[in-house]
Design a protein around this ligand. Sequence first.
Ligand code: ADP
Ligand code: GLC
Length: 482
Amino acid sequence: MKPIAALSVTPEVYPLIKTGGLADVAGALPAALAAEHVELRTLCPGYRPVLAALEKAEAVARFDDLFGGPARLLAGKAGGLDLFALDAPHLYDRDGGPYAGPDGRDFVDNAYRFGALAKVGAEIGLGLVKAFHPRVVHAHDWQAGLTAAYLHYSGKPRPGSLITVHNLAFQGQFPATVFPALGLPQRAFSIEGVEYYGGVGFLKAGLQLADRVTTVSPTYAEEIQQSHSGMGLDGLLRMRANELAGVLNGIDTEVWNPATDSMIVAPFSAKKLAARAENKKALQARMGLTSAPDRLLIGVVSRLSWQKGLDLLLACLPFFDEHNAQLALLGTGDPGLEAVFQDAARHHPGRIAVHFSYEEGLAHLIQAGADAILVPSRFEPCGLTQLCAMRYGAVPVVSRVGGLADSVIDANEMAIQANCATGLQFSPVTSEALAGALRRCAALFARKAVWKKLQLNGLKTDVSWSNPAKHYAALYREVAPA
Ligand code: ADP
Ligand code: GLC
């Protein structure tokens, strides 16, 4: 197979900067695609932690005025990646996260911060860097959405373009007043271009102008073409249906390897599943849960937001008393939700434990020690925690939406007989249906032989990047110019 060079344009990338699964995906793609003879380099903003991690940095381009200040494009290695970091202190050298300040409010100049990212991504695609000529530019989410627009309106021979939607809920909508500074030709401000409801739509622009649109699971690709899940963009997505594909994410099976994971207490594998018990014990101790090897322990690792449906769990708390089960929740987000879960923990000492922080080590221990992992999302483009769960012998209990529907095989009696079940699904996404799923989970947990089969089927499931990487590589080769 002929090698091909490609550029990934992303606002976050593991292990350098992460707020969600997008970072995991952007971080894993280069190694996964290398196996398909794709040389994928990554462009991301030069936030403080990115620049701090950059080794052997070399300035490969300079800009006198990039949206209000001088900037440099640095090439180097960081976190095992071949990275381009956009060093633009006036845009990225500040306190807070990648999108919002320490007060949690979005930065007011996000249109320019990510306009700059997209513009430089497009310029690399058009030949800015002497030693690297990508034939495909792959943009992720709204933050990189304008990349396809800059390429399209450049009027130059250009590489193929692709945008991946990781979450349609975040669209990058800005008032029309930002348009002049973006440096696009006036005609770009139209319905065929970047204009969206009178303003500038970064994601809309990408969906409109990229050669191909992908999202992170086949079911989500279908859902977002329907008016109830299309978040206003379903019409455009239906129009692009022939160029739209759902590619189910994988996880990095090196980072998530229960046999070698240094963040857990006892490594294990399908053959040594009994060793999981040590992790359960350590998890119970760490979270302040009663030490009880035989009680059903349900884990949650999640952002706490409306999307994730964890508020539905609050109506199901009696389940934990009635079934003598335990809950270990790790999450951050909505302060209101944190407060009610904190309250629940106070009223159920030893039974319900919560931890409101972002902690990778604890996330791994929960996957390794919990019996089941709960993901009750209202919508879920893909979801990675259910994939991690299967890799770690925890049984996923998920709502039947998006990538959750595509990745978990429900343990109905037929699937149990056929020995292909990997978890539990419930629908509709209501607290009643969730309570039903929890009761079903407890009943299955009591059937020890069946439960072990669910675990082993999960452990056997290929959740790696190997298949999805083939799919992306094929798409890259389709859109690359001859
Ligand atoms: P999303 O990107 O919508 O938040 P995903 O399931 O795709 O959901 O990805 C979430 C990623 O973030 C997973 O790698 C998960 O392990 C991790 N994660 C989420 N919350 C936490 C947390 N509080 N601490 C550590 N890791 C977390
Ligand atoms: C988004 C989605 C999540 C998906 C992740 C990576 O954050 O919410 O479902 O797994 O992107 O594609």
